[in-house]
Design a protein. Sequence first.
Length: 214
Amino acid sequence: MDVLTDNFALYGKGFLGTVELTVYASLLALLLGFLMASFRVAPVGSFRVFGTVWVTVLRNTPLTLLFFAVLLGLPRFGLVLPFEVFAVLALGCYTSAFVCEALRAGINTVPKGQGEAARSLGMSFGQTLGQVVLPQAFRSVIPPVGSTLIALAKNSAIAGAFSVTELLGTYKALSELGYSIIWTFVWIAVGYLVVTLTISALFHLLEKRWGIAR
């Protein structure tokens, strides 16, 4: 317990950094994932192509490489932002590809007749998607989206290698102070467990409230 009690402020700072990264990147991932899923099922060919390219490139790019591209590449083009913002962009964009595919799979579970009926009533594509298709698809995508955001929380550990304050990065300072590396990582693991279990509990409540009974 000495590792935790003697360095509670350091652990707390790293834990809050991980929570902030997870929350902001999750919001960005959900927003972009929804947008890309809409593009992928849109009647406009250029939108479908853009959505497909976005998902294909990001799903097949290692996250560490994406961090290098965003945190080290964008400043070369004159875009200078705090590293925390760059980390959120990298995590959010990367995860949005997986959120997009989860949403698209949910959209495909909605019978085509639902969309055809909406269009026969004169509803536009946006109205059909937002008022008819997505409310039904939402019920089936709660578990996979929850799993994706849990993976995002764990992936946030990569940000520590780029001078971003987060939980895993605390081991460097504690190692220099001579604390046991084993117990250092035990408490780091507990911190990540708290974050992931919180996300899991939240999505369990959502699934219990709106999910499809199986």
